[in-house]
Design a binder for this molecule. Structure first.
Ligand code: F6P
Length: 543
């Protein structure tokens, strides 16, 4: 963190210490308009952070932190296509993929928009032809699409296809990511080779999991239909088009993107093809439109109502000032059931860093552990800890005003649960109230003494709520882009590179070294005792 920002963070810590006993509920008593003041709109989407323990003074100090960390200048550099991914010397311009303004986007002196639009149009032509049956397999119209990819080449399409389930009118989609053969096996059991399209999604086209699964799928298809099926029933999404053609994929079925699109930011690119086939090109454009609206909001909205900036600052307050380690994402929207998993890669692969832009070790915490599950399921699993555990877990709640699909009064019950949880977490229940409730039930004084401590809820536990009209393609685009820019702002304040991912490399290298050892082709010599012991035990158990 740069010096001026560190000074500002220290001011925030002193402010926190001076207000150590502050109750969020009392902030509502001080300001009857707190909900209006501590919420902001991005289009129709409402972001409420009034249930966080943030006073006007806290907020002012947080804005000053953003200023001290040069967030505006860094945002301008991001949108200007500067090479802000410094360890890979790359621009970060996934926003160009959803640029609906007609304005040029310059990277390295070149307007990238003509290429972006050409790929998007080619994708749309292909997707619509697959949907209509004009492009078909050996057995006729494609009934099934199998996207083979991992990380950013999987999580975005999986999450978004699930999220937009009510609009899914294309072929059935399946996603294979894990190198565990069970993943592809279960899909191959249920699809018909003659009517299945395989999409190999990989930015690099070298990832072990994806190439292993792609080769297994290729062999399965060739065994069933012959070599000639590959050219018809495989497509590829990659920045490495030389490698896709070497795999046998026809050039007009290979959709490219560029090194300025990070894997975890690639759902807007050709990587979105399986989503586009599922929901159609028009709805895919709406998805891009929602994200583009957020890009404009992020650049043009004043700080006080700038939703991604506020999300980031609230997160910094919780992580760096209050010292909370994790951040829960709790969609009260079953269609968003993969959203927490998607955000895990977005946030943790981006901001899980301990070295700053100058190569020095950071002197503060960076990205939190992100996790979550949809409500109300989580309520019956881990909410006990959120309400009464020793860790405070800031949480985002997400809920639509209107259900994507109506079933009786399910949605009203779902919403009541979401609002109840955030209220319970903030208001809590003190011992006096717990005791009087037990007394009302007729318990003896001795039993009240015994039970009351267990019935106390400390409250004052922070939550933010996202309320949106309905989970449409546009709203989903908004939600994803809001979190992307939140991650950007936090990385900017921490002065880290949010756009590389060196931390995933060592394990990959060692897996490569260990493969011949696991296969029994090499002795496990020269390694640590535990790994040698495990490999030997593995071999012994297989005999
Ligand atoms: O896990 C590391 C990673 O490089 C991610 O950043 C990326 O999304 C994923 O692997 C898949 O990479 P590729 O699209 O090149 O197969």
């Amino acid at each position: 963190m740069i010096e001026a920002a560190t000074v500002q963070l220290e001011k925030l810590m002193a402010h926190h210490d001076a207000n150590a006993n502050r109750q969020t509920l009392s902030l509502f008593e001080e300001n009857p308009d707190r909900f209006q003041t501590f919420s902001a709109q991005c289009g129709e989407l409402l972001f409420d952070y009034s249930k966080c323990n943030i006073s006007p003074e806290t907020l002012q100090l947080l804005f000053e932190l953003a200023e001290a960390a040069n967030v505006s200048e860094k945002r301008a550099a991001l949108f200007a296509g500067a090479a802000i991914n410094t360890t890979e010397n790359r621009a970060v311009q996934h926003m160009a993929l959803r640029n609906m303004s007609g304005a040029p986007v310059i990277i390295d002196g070149k307007d990238v928009m003509p290429d972006v639009l050409a790929v998007r149009q080619a994708m749309a032509r292909f997707a619509e032809a697959v949907r209509s049956g004009d492009i078909a397999g050996q057995g006729g119209k494609f009934t099934d699409i199998v996207n083979i990819g991992i990380g950013g080449s999987d999580l975005g399409p999986v999450m978004a296809t699930a999220a937009l389930g009510p609009f899914h009118d294309g072929p059935k989609t399946h996603f294979v990511s894990n190198i565990d053969g069970a993943d592809i096996l279960e899909v191959l059991k249920v699809v018909n080779p003659a009517t299945t399209l395989f999409i190999v999604a990989s930015k690099t086209f070298t990832t072990q999991e994806t190439m292993t699964n792609a080769n297994t799928a290729r062999q399965w298809l060739v065994d069933a239909l012959g070599e000639e099926a590959v050219v018809n029933q495989f497509a590829a999404l990659s920045t490495a088009l030389d490698k896709t053609s070497a795999f046998g994929i026809a050039d007009d079925r290979a959709f490219g993107f560029w090194d300025w699109v990070g894997g975890r930011y690639s759902i807007w690119s050709a990587i979105g093809l399986s989503l586009m086939i599922a929901i159609g090109a028009k709805r895919f454009d709406e998805f891009l439109g929602g994200a583009h609206a957020v890009d404009q909001h992020f650049q043009n909205t004043p700080d006080s109502v700038n939703v991604p900036l506020l999300m980031a600052l609230v997160g910094i307050w919780h992580r760096n000032v209050c010292g909370y380690d994790t951040h829960a994402v709790l969609p009260y929207d079953q269609y968003l059931h993969r959203f927490p998993a998607y955000l895990q890669q977005l946030d943790m692969e981006s901001n899980g860093k301990r070295i700053d832009l100058d190569g020095a070790k950071v002197s503060h915490e960076t990205g939190p552990i992100v996790w979550g599950e949809p409500g109300t399921n989580g309520q019956h699993a881990f909410y006990q800890l959120i309400h009464q555990g020793t860790s405070v877990i800031p949480a985002d709640f997400l809920i639509a005003a209107e259900a994507a699909e109506h079933v009786g009064d399910h949605h009203e019950k779902l919403a009541a649960n979401a609002f109840a949880q955030t209220e319970a977490l903030m208001v809590g229940k003190d011992e006096q109230q717990a005791r009087s409730e037990l007394a009302d039930k007729g318990l003896s004084e001795a039993d009240i003494d015994k039970l009351a401590p267990h019935k106390v809820f400390p409250g004052n536990r922070p939550t933010c709520t996202f309320l949106y009209p309905k989970l449409t393609s546009f709203v989903l685009g908004q939600l994803v882009a809001l979190y992307e820019h939140k991650v950007f702002v936090q990385g900017a304040i921490w002065d880290i590179n949010s756009y590389d991912q060196w931390g995933v490399e060592l394990g990959k290298e060692l897996a490569g070294e260990l493969l011949p050892v696991v296969k029994g082709e090499q002795e496990p010599t020269g390694r640590n005792g535990s790994t040698v012991g495990l490999v030997n035990a593995f071999h012994a158990m297989r005999k």
